[in-house]
Design a protein around this ligand. Structure first.
Ligand SMILES: Nc1nc2c(ncn2[C@@H]2O[C@H](COP(=O)(O)OP(=O)(O)OP(=O)(O)O)[C@@H](O)[C@H]2O)c(=O)[nH]1
Ligand SMILES: [Mg+2]
Length: 337
């Protein structure tokens, strides 16, 4: 399924039904008073966050959404039927903006969260309501209030706990495939991953794996200039804005032993240029592809250049160091909020 993370749609709440002008007409009551009922209320547009939805895919085809209008009032003081609300299920992590004003209307973070995005119009009052001592036969009623029409920008930010960042080909997708339920495409060319992958990592009951299961996001590779739109990275950086921690994955073979921190610094620069908040997130530095010849030496050089920073060494392919990394992630998550 194509990954859709942004959509522009128009929603329209229902119009209120019109109030009715009517008079009692019964055989033995010659001048029955007014008996026009009120119009029904227009349906609301209601968004409901649910874990059943993971993408904004539905909005590719449903770009105009309208709730039902209220029914008109009727004689004998019968009120019109209320228009049915239109309930729209959206994934958790969805933000809804008003395109016209640019304002954030609602940020859905919890399952089951419900919000009326556009209120249906009130029904008009029937002529019964306008009866008074000076006007016993009002021949007018109110029209229903029109519903609201809003153009919305809907944005989905995946709610992952851990984001994996790094250059294309660093092995991000390989790593998520060995620690989680995700099965993304893996290949030896850059930009294999075109859309983010999410995976759930199961934890255990025993230390050091004790903790809630968590969600990892693998995003397309970042390259220098990503914050300005180079490569694919920038579009997806917003998906890791809300993670609690980052795994900064580096392919050991990409380390230049004369300038060992270049790759690492370049990625961090991109993060900082995109968002200060993202740059401040706790990172676990992970050197990957420990199995390739010369890896250990390059890793040592990196480690001594990075000084005090804690660095994990793994081979996502052979699995070496992966369990230890998992326990480090659990521990860091347990102390990060
Ligand atoms: N030798 C070795 N190769 C690895 C290891 N991990 C990943 N690879 C290989 O590196 C290549 C890239 O792996 P991916 O997991 O697709 O890398 P990625 O970071 O997701 O790449 P993009 O999606 O393009 O950004 C593939 O050919 C993997 O088989 C490892 O531990 N050792
Ligand atoms: Mg990938």
């Amino acid at each position: 399924m194509k990954f859709i993370d942004e959509a522009i749609i128009t929603v329209q709440s229902g119009d209120g039904g019109r109030g009715c002008v009517s008079f009692r007409r019964e055989k033995f009551i010659p001048r029955g008073g007014p008996d026009g009922g009120d119009g029904g209320k227009g349906g609301d547009i209601v968004f409901v966050a649910t874990s059943r939805k993971r993408t904004l895919y539905q909005f590719q085809y449903r770009k105009k959404l309208k709730a039902k209008n209220g029914g008109g009032g009727q004689g004998k003081k019968k009120a019109g039927k209320n228009g049915e609300d239109l309930k729209i299920e959206i994934p958790i992590g969805t933000l809804v903006f008003n395109v016209e004003t640019g304002c954030l209307i609602k940020d859905f973070v919890k399952p089951g969260e419900t919000f009326v995005i556009a209120k249906g119009g009130r029904g008009g009052q029937g002529n019964t309501r306008f009866k008074s001592s000076t006007n016993r036969t009002p021949r007018f009623a109110q029209p229903g209030e029109p519903g609201e029409t809003l153009t919305l920008k809907i944005e989905l930010k995946l709610l992952a706990d851990v984001g994996i960042i790094g250059l294309p080909n660093a092995g991000k997708s390989t790593l998520i495939s060995v620690i989680s339920s995700a099965r993304p495409k893996i290949a030896d060319y850059p930009f294999t991953t075109l859309t983010p992958n999410l995976g759930v990592v199961q934890t255990g009951l025993k230390e050091p794996f004790r903790g809630e299961p968590f969600v990892v996001a693998d995003i397309p590779g970042l390259i220098a200039g990503a914050h300005k739109g180079a490569g694919l990275g920038i579009r997806f950086l917003k998906h890791i804005e809300r993670t609690r921690i980052l795994i900064h994955l580096i392919d050991i073979s990409s380390i230049d032993t004369n300038h060992p921190l270049d790759v690492y610094n370049a990625i961090n620069r991109e993060l900082a240029l995109y968002s200060k908040n993202l740059a401040k997130k706790p990172q676990i530095i992970v050197l990957n592809k420990l199995d390739i010849p010369g890896a250990k030496e390059a890793a040592d050089i990196f480690q001594s250049a990075a000084k005090e920073k804690k660095i994990a060494l793994i081979s996502a392919i052979t699995g070496k160091g992966v369990d230890h990394l998992k326990s480090q992630i659990v521990q860091l998550l347990n102390v990060t909020h």
